[in-house]
Design a protein around this ligand. Structure first.
Ligand SMILES: *[C@@H]1O[C@H](CO)[C@@H](O)[C@H](O)[C@H]1NC(C)=O
Ligand SMILES: *[C@@H]1O[C@H](CO)[C@@H](O)[C@H](O)[C@H]1NC(C)=O
Ligand SMILES: *[C@@H]1O[C@H](CO)[C@@H](O)[C@H](O)[C@H]1NC(C)=O
Ligand SMILES: *[C@@H]1O[C@H](CO)[C@@H](O)[C@H](O)[C@H]1NC(C)=O
Ligand SMILES: *[C@@H]1O[C@H](CO)[C@@H](O)[C@H](O)[C@H]1NC(C)=O
Ligand SMILES: *[C@@H]1O[C@H](CO)[C@@H](O)[C@H](O)[C@H]1NC(C)=O
Ligand SMILES: *[C@@H]1O[C@H](CO)[C@@H](O)[C@H](O)[C@H]1NC(C)=O
Ligand SMILES: *[C@@H]1O[C@H](CO)[C@@H](O)[C@H](O)[C@H]1NC(C)=O
Ligand SMILES: *[C@@H]1O[C@H](CO)[C@@H](O)[C@H](O)[C@H]1NC(C)=O
Length: 828
């Protein structure tokens, strides 16, 4: 007899339970057929049949969150053996295994168990999302015959163990899907690797591509920002039976997972109800310096240095010629080779500890014992504290070369590296020598930089070009993306190409009357194509260093970036020296025309402004992380945010910075493109840009949107602070609401306003590492959790003279700059 209806019948007659009735268990007399599901008793997880992605019609058994509007399987049973029709049936059989059978009753997939005698086997979906088989007669409900948590797919759920059971040898690790449409195991896997001292690793096939760094008692050495917080808490368990990593949600009603994407990124995502999507909260590998072994042995990677890779102090490139060509893989060597007996150690601070697969550790040794131990063994190359809590404890020592080191400044750790006596001598004796060095070294470095600067920069530019350009998914795993990962990477030019004559006619010969704007990369004209379609034509002002082919590729890529908060690129024109881009025309023009205008600002009430803030954040996040092409805007400002007829924001000029990557205009100068008032300190002063420079500009924009005041033009009778400094002061005094644009008083939602200002201030913090990523910003804006304290903003210092440039550093800055993008020649 078909047992499932029987259960349903039972339910509908049990009046007390009629509403709550959910089935989370099946017995040997019941089964789940395609279309049926079982739901965990708290209603969080659901198990049933699904088809992955958009195009696949294959059927799989999986588990997903019931409450998310996008079905995102967190576990898949028959990953390798899909059913091709809806005839599948999942049932428990007497031997205590769950089987999936197809129309011919042939077993397609099954669980296994080592137990021979089982009296009353049942399969149950637990509230944790664990699908388990157990004996209902067993008094211990935790005594599982089999559990899905032992066989993870691409997703780590709270309470799942990532690691190895030393007794049974079972290793639980994540494997990516092959593609969004195919849950079969793909190339990438994420492990808690127990070799040497345990660390989390991403592998592509057998090769390591990313390493989180060893566990230091609080966090992974290479992920300084990922610590226990208001969302998740986590830890490592290491004992004689098991070695694993595990996390828990602090607030159990927050939906969040850790997932390995088909293209090899591991990230923590959070379901955000307001945007009905999964938002990236933290990417395991955040930037280029997280590429495994990028700088070779004893090389250290620093996102803020140029080039990224440098040799550790007292080391020199093993193959200087390769190094100059930006091929850093051969790494660095000591100037004087080690001589087992007379060696000592040099301390290097603020680093991500090197790969520990070839290491040895002892949890109780003190640091000086550790040093002695290392010194006694000639193959030991260095040591560090194992645990950084309580001033440090334990001993971690390395055997052989040290690889995959990066600089993390304040949040990094100390490591002691074995050096020959002659290398230590030159730095070890403090006093005169140090002083001489302090003067001589920078001079030397400056000289070398002057000499090599040009060629290095040229080489670096070559190296940084991304070889792979693919566009994947939209915000948070919505299924309607067009990720055809296997597409040819050298497609033809797909964007409509217009000829110069057409555009000349459309814009009335680029007449002044048609000019609607001016940006860092050229002038913008309104144009009307034949047929009446209105477009915005950007006439690029200078030729970049790029060749035509690269430019086409670049534009093609930008054309594929599609997001509702980005202006749509419609076509281009390349003729002779002229390069032009056609965008959709937005009649409401830019945000700048609204927020800073007495009358028009009344048209933007708080709900609209909050929507604009969130929209810009989503557009920027898409540029930074969701598209595989990492784009740094470099010139985000109110006039680059356009508004559509519903006042939805659309970021313009994105991707241009990338096309104009050919930074050099001459011998030893480099162009800094940006706008005063929006540029982060490290970018304006040193020309160093990263996604965090965009975050800074975003923060400025948020404060401008809330206050209706321009950062650059801000004047206050009581002090000489700019808008950032003023906002920070008021925020710290608990008088944030005094900042708010008077036009918003009637419409504002106080908690949203306070939150926006707080997030804005977090974004403009002086230190780029302190600024949140855009995905964190989105999360911070949309939930009620506690926000970290904002440290002081960059560029808030007092103005000495009214109306002279507000930045105390820029005495040489021309004071006549207006709001158009400026190009600052920065001597190098
Ligand atoms: C499959 O098995 C069920 C019960 O074991 C049986 O009733 C049914 O006839 C079988 N179907 C086929 C096609 O063998
Ligand atoms: C059922 O599964 C068996 C074993 O995997 C396979 O050989 C058979 O072709 C499948 N039948 C159908 C109709 O899918
Ligand atoms: C169960 O199957 C997995 C592979 O699917 C295998 O690695 C494991 O050893 C099996 N366990 C038992 C108890 O047979
Ligand atoms: C692993 O690295 C080797 C050597 O660099 C390379 O030949 C191989 O293709 C890599 N494997 C994968 C799966 O990337
Ligand atoms: C993080 O939270 C977990 C669980 O609450 C706790 O066991 C662990 O000690 C915490 N870690 C730190 C470094 O505080
Ligand atoms: C947990 O999160 C939910 C939804 O985000 C929220 O409504 C609730 O207030 C939170 N609870 C606590 C204790 O923070
Ligand atoms: C190693 O150092 C010792 C003492 O400093 C010295 O006597 C010896 O010659 C050195 N050996 C080598 C191979 O440099
Ligand atoms: C760790 O070091 C302590 C003290 O030196 C020693 O007693 C202990 O045996 C060591 N443990 C291991 C596993 O080597
Ligand atoms: C040095 O340490 C390594 C790794 O622990 C060990 O294999 C080797 O035997 C040691 N050598 C000596 C001389 O103690």
């Amino acid at each position: 007899m078909d047992a499932f209806p029987f259960i349903l019948l039972l339910c509908s007659f049990s009046f007390l339970q009629i509403i709550k009735c959910r089935v989370n268990t099946i017995t040997t007399t019941q089964y789940i057929k395609d279309g049926d599901t079982i739901v965990s008793s708290d209603g969080t997880f659901e198990l049933g049949f699904f088809s992955p992605g958009d195009t696949s019609t294959n059927r799989y058994v999986g588990i997903w969150y019931k409450k998310t509007s996008v079905t995102t399987p967190v576990w898949v049973a028959n990953r390798l053996v899909p059913l091709t029709d809806k005839s599948g049936v999942l049932k428990v059989i007497e031997t205590g295994v769950v089987v999936l059978v197809n129309v011919t009753n042939a077993t397609v997939w099954s669980t296994n168990s080592s137990r021979v005698s089982v009296q009353n086997p049942v399969a149950q979906l637990l509230d944790t999302g664990n699908f388990v088989v157990r004996d209902a007669n067993d008094p211990n409900p935790e005594n599982f015959l089999w559990q899905s948590f032992d066989y993870p797919s691409d997703t780590l759920l709270a309470g799942m163990k990532l690691g190895t059971d030393l007794a049974t040898g079972l290793e639980r690790y994540l494997t990516s899907w092959r593609s969004n449409d195919d849950p079969a195991p793909g190339d990438y896997s994420y492990h808690c690797d127990p070799t040497g001292y345990p660390q989390n690793l991403m592998r592509k096939g057998p090769n390591v591509t990313f390493r989180a760094g060893p566990w230091n008692g609080i966090r992974w050495s290479g992920a300084p920002n990922m610590v226990n917080n208001s969302i998740i808490s986590f830890g490592m368990v290491m004992d004689s039976r098991e070695i694993y990593y595990e996390y828990e949600m602090v607030n159990k009603s927050v939906i969040s997972t850790f997932v390995v994407k088909p293209y090899g990124k591991a990230m923590r995502v959070i379901w955000i109800g307001k945007v009905q999507g999964w938002v990236n909260y933290h990417s395991a590998d955040a930037d280029d310096c997280d590429t495994y072994k990028l700088c070779g042995a004893y090389g250290t990677c620093n996102m803020l240095s140029d080039p990224f890779c440098q040799c550790l102090d007292k080391f020199e490139p093993k193959h200087p010629d390769d190094w100059k060509r930006s091929d850093w893989s051969s790494g660095c060597v000591r100037r004087h080779p080690l001589n087992c007996t007379g060696d000592g150690f040099l301390m290097y601070s603020g680093v991500k500890l090197p790969d520990t697969r070839n290491s040895w550790f002892n949890e109780t040794m003190k640091l000086d014992e550790c040093k002695e131990f290392c010194l006694r063994n000639c193959s030991c190359t260095g040591y560090a504290n194992l645990d950084i809590r309580n001033g440090g404890s334990g001993c971690l020592l390395w055997i052989g070369e040290m690889v995959d080191i990066r600089q993390l400044s304040a949040s990094g750790q100390d490591i002691y590296i074995r050096m020959s006596a002659s290398d230590i001598g030159s730095a070890g004796s403090k006093g005169k020598k140090t002083i001489i060095l302090a003067i001589a070294l920078p001079l030397l470095v400056a000289l070398i930089l002057l000499g090599l600067g040009v060629s290095l920069i040229l080489y670096k530019q070559k190296r940084r070009e991304d070889p792979v350009i693919e566009i994947t998914g939209k915000l948070g795993g919505h299924r309607n993306n067009n990720d055809n990962s296997n597409q040819s990477r050298h497609e033809d030019f797909e964007l409509p190409v217009f000829d110069l004559l057409t555009l000349t006619n459309a814009t009335d010969n680029f007449s002044f009357a048609n000019k609607i704007g001016e940006g860092g990369f050229g002038q913008v004209y309104k144009g009307v194509l034949e047929g009446g379609r209105e477009v915005a034509v950007k006439r690029l002002s200078e030729t970049s260093e790029q060749g035509l082919h690269e430019f086409k590729n670049e534009v093609n890529c930008i054309a594929k970036l599609q997001h509702r908060n980005l202006v749509k690129l419609l076509g281009c024109c390349i003729q002779g020296e002229e390069k032009m881009l056609l965008y959709e025309y937005l009649p409401n023009k830019s945000l700048e025309l609204y927020i800073f205008d007495e009358e028009r600002s009344k048209l933007l009430d708080w709900p609209k402004r909050f929507n604009i803030i969130n929209g810009i954040a989503r557009g920027l996040m898409y540029l930074h992380q969701d598209s595989r092409l990492r784009i740094i805007h470099r010139d985000l400002k109110a006039s680059n945010v356009l508004l559509d007829t519903e006042m939805n924001p659309k970021i313009s000029d994105f991707g241009m910075a990338r096309s104009f990557r050919g930074d050099e205009t001459g011998a030893n100068t480099r162009r800094v493109v940006g706008t005063y008032g929006y540029m982060s300190p490290e970018y304006a002063v040193e020309g160093i840009f990263s996604v965090k420079s965009d975050v800074f500009s975003f923060g400025v924009l948020v404060l401008e949107i809330v206050s209706g005041k321009k950062n650059r033009r801000f004047v206050h009778p009581d002090h000489h602070l700019n808008l950032l400094g003023h906002a920070w002061m008021r925020h710290n005094e608990g008088r944030t609401l005094e900042l708010v644009d008077p036009n918003l008083v009637d419409s504002c939602n106080i908690s949203e306003v306070l939150r926006s200002v707080h997030v804005g201030l977090l974004c403009v913090q002086q230190n780029p590492e302190d600024r949140p990523s855009m995905s964190t910003v989105i999360m911070m804006l949309s939930n009620e959790g506690i926000l970290p304290t904002a440290k002081h903003p960059g560029f808030f210092t007092e103005r000495k003279v009214e109306d002279v440039d507000q930045f105390s550093w820029s005495t040489q800055a021309p004071s006549s700059i207006n709001e158009v993008t400026i190009t600052l020649l920065n001597a190098r």
